[in-house]
Structure formats: C-alpha cells, structure tokens
Design a binder for this molecule. Structure first.
Ligand code: IMP
Length: 425
C-alpha cells in the first residue's frame, strides 16, 4: 500500500526530515508538496553536512525517486545550486523529477518581499525573505510564471514582460527601487531551462503509475499545521498549505490512496518569526530548551522561540490532518527538567477552550492551562527501544498520546537513525 503523508503538527521545525529518513527504506517515491526554499533540512551525505531546502532528502537513497510536486514554488537558481552541491559530494541528482506546473520564484519576488517586510515595520511577519509569499500571490493572481514556461522562450518573455510592467512600477514608484530588466532575467532563466529540462515530468501521472503497481509514496510537507495559510495563525503563517488536504491537491492523487498520516510532533514547541504562541517560555526554561535543542533556523539562522508542549494544537492538528499516528521527536532534550509543563487548554476572556479558539483575538489572548508531569534526569540518547526509557519519560509520552487522541508510532531521542525508537518494538 500506497501513500503516506508526513505533516508537521506545530509551527514547523518538528523534525520531518527525521521521519522521512526513518521511513525511506520502505519508500519508492518521496514527494515534496508545498513551500519552497523557506524550509530546510540538514543531511549527512558521504561524511558531508548538506543543507537542502527544496530537494526531498530521499535523494540520498539510490532506490528512491525524489519528486517536487505542483504546489511547491521553485527558485530555479537555488534548485540548481542544491543539485550541484549534491553532485559535488557524490550524490547523483539525476533521479530528481520536478513538475512543470510548479510556479517559479522570480527576482522581483525577492526584491518585493524585502521592501514590503520593511514597509510593514512592527507589523512585519518575519518571513524568510525568499520570495515565497509574493510567488504564491502571483500564482493566485494568475500572473505567475511556471517552470513549463521556460521551454517556450517567446511565451516566457511575454509573461515576464506583463509581470514586470506592474512590478517595476511598484518597485520604482512605491518603494523607490531600481527597475529590473527583462533581458537579464531571460538570459539567466534560459540557462536554468537547459539544465532543468531533463528533470521535468508529469509528476501526478508518475505517482499514479507508481501507486498502481504497488509502490510506496511518501508525501512530505514543509513547515507545519499552525503555519498553514488557511488552518494556521493567519496572518502569521506561510503562503501555502502544509496540511494533508493540500498534499493531495499538489500531488494530484485521490484521498483513497493515503493509508497513513504521520504527525511529526516535537516533545516541546518552537516557533520562528512573529505571531501568537501561547506556551512560549520567555524565562530560563525556554532558554534551556533552545540551547539543548539547538533551536536555530536552518534557513535563516534565527533563534527559535521555545515553549512547552501544547496538546490543544496537537488535537487541532490531529483533526485537520486526519492523523493516524504520531512521530515524536527530540524527547532527549527534556532530560534534566524537574517537572514538565503540558498545556491542556487555554483561558481567554474568562472562558476555557479545549480547542483552538475560533477567533484570532482569542488565540492571541490565550493563556495556557498547564498540568505538570514528573521529569527525569537520565540521558535518553543511548536508548534503543521504548523500554529503555525511564518510566517518567514513558508516562510523558503516554500523556501526550492521550491528550492528542492519537497513538505514537515512533519516538526519537537524537539525530541518528538508530535513535528512532518504534513504539511497537
Ligand atoms: P515565509 O514562509 O518565508 O513567507 O514566512 C512566513 C512565516 O513562516 C514566518 O514566520 C517564517 O518564520 C515561517 N516559516 C517559514 N518556513 C518555516 C520553516 O521551515 N520553519 C519554521 N518557520 C517557517
């Protein structure tokens, strides 16, 4: 059977790459379905540390076809750099397949995001400044340029001309920047076209054909549920949909193909950028989580905001994604806290909410209702099965599963493969 989805249940950085790596042996296709080079995962390849932002980590396995599906926005310059980086350390990028329907990040998207974030001042979203939002905005406005447009220079030039007419007015008249020229962009993008040509395919058909012959497909999301454009903490979200529903739209397969929906859940919570975060700990607890968990953004290097486990958002993520199981990451980071706080509900405007409140003002005002669980001192990184974990750590996991209403299938206690502990073993 068929397709599995890996989805983040928090504000991203839950360790989705870890789950993909764990499941890779059984997979034939690993498909990235949304976002762009705003996400990032660090991988260890042939003794080299590589940072990938677009290419699914499945590329490291010779038996896997790595796919970038329609819903991803692709900066072709970054994609080619990643392919070169892989080739330089002996990883063959020729098995990468990219949908011709992907929209491209263009130089004016980067330029516009820089100036609009500055313009927003204290209301800035704290984006990764990779042009993600402006590229998705153009897609919705139907003035986006897709990868397939690269293969007809006349069409490409025409579309670019239309887009630039408006973008240059905004850049020069509103923001006092210099205009961009069609010719220079065409030269660069035509060079990218030549190099990308052999990787472009109908990825929906590819997946459909693979599923028909019983191959396993892993659909890998970027960011997380609470950064979802519709289901997250709008407007402090990314411009795409990390939730499971979008995996299907982007990949172009039907819901009956999906057997497992694996929610990646960090044992505590982090968030990068602005926006509400009810369980954030501004004190020494948060500092300690950030330090021990090495909570710095892979893409921007920014320090992540850290806080306690939030079962309200887990229940919500379970509901909106249809989770079948949880993959809990970074449990080892919690060693040494005398007690651990777990948020079971919110209080806002005199009311208690066991679900994410229906209005954003309530979410912004939400105060966590905590229960305190016993901590443990033992170092967990050497554990090789769930039974090796101290009883307090097992009790913590049981409580998360109970509060979230989803069973845990794997718990990870470190970056190594052998540190992913199956719950059934
Ligand atoms: P954008 O995706 O660059 O538009 O940024 C929008 C929001 O999403 C900002 O708060 C970013 O910090 C956040 N964001 C985007 N990608 C990631 C990610 O991979 N991990 C965590 N936060 C992210």
């Amino acid at each position: 059977m068929p397709a599995s989805v890996v989805v983040g249940t928090q504000w991203g950085d839950e360790g989705k790459g870890k789950a993909t790596d764990y499941l890779a042996d059984r997979m034939d296709l690993v498909v990235r379905y949304q976002g762009g080079n705003n996400a990032g995962h660090t991988i260890l390849a042939e003794g080299h540390t590589l940072k990938l932002q677009l290419i699914p980590s499945g590329i490291l396995y010779p038996h896997i076809t790595s796919v970038i599906a329609d819903g991803v926005v692709v900066d072709p310059r970054v994609l080619l750099e990643e392919m070169d980086g892989l080739a330089a350390v002996g990883v063959d990028p020729s098995r990468l397949v990219v949908s011709g329907n992907c929209h491209m990040i263009m130089p004016y998207h980067l330029e516009l995001e820089k100036v609009t974030e500055r313009f927003l001042g204290k209301n800035a979203l704290g984006t990764t400044k990779r042009g993600i939002g402006p590229a998705y905005a153009d897609k919705a406005a139907r003035i986006g340029i897709r990868i397939q447009d690269l293969f007809d220079e006349k069409i490409f030039r025409e579309k670019l001309d239309v887009a630039l007419r408006e973008k240059n007015l905004v850049l020069t008249r509103v923001y006092g920047r210099l205009p961009l020229t069609v010719g220079l962009i065409v030269d660069d993008y035509m060079r990218y076209a030549e190099r990308l040509r052999s990787h472009i395919a109908d990825t929906s058909k590819l997946m459909h054909d693979a599923l028909r012959v019983g191959k396993n497909v892993l659909l890998e999301g970027a960011q997380g549920t609470m950064l979802d454009l519709d289901k997250g903490t709008y407007p402090f979200v990314t411009s795409s949909n990390p939730v499971t529903g979008y995996a299907l739209a982007s990949a172009g397969i039907g819901p009956r193909e999906v057997e497992r929906v694996i929610g990646i859940t960090k044992a505590y919570v982090t968030r990068v950028g602005a926006g509400p975060f009810p369980t954030e700990d501004h004190g020494p607890g948060g500092e300690r989580l950030g330090m021990l968990g090495q909570e710095f953004g892979t893409v921007t290097g920014r320090k992540r905001r850290c806080g306690w486990f939030d079962a309200v958002i887990l229940r919500y993520a379970s509901r909106v994604n249809g989770l079948t199981e949880l993959f809990v990451t970074k449990l080892d980071v919690l060693s040494g806290f005398p007690t651990l706080k777990v948020c079971t509900a919110y209080r806002a405007e005199g009311e208690t909410f066991e679900d994410v409140p229906p209005h954003q003002s309530l979410f912004h005002a939400a105060e966590p209702v905590y229960e305190e669980l016993e901590g443990w001192d033992e170092d967990l990184t050497a554990a090789r099965s769930i039974q090796d974990l101290p009883s307090a750590a097992r009790a913590y996991l049981d409580r998360l599963a109970e509060l979230g209403g989803v069973p845990i299938s794997v718990v990870s206690v470190g970056p190594g493969r052998e540190q992913s502990l199956p719950a059934s073993a």
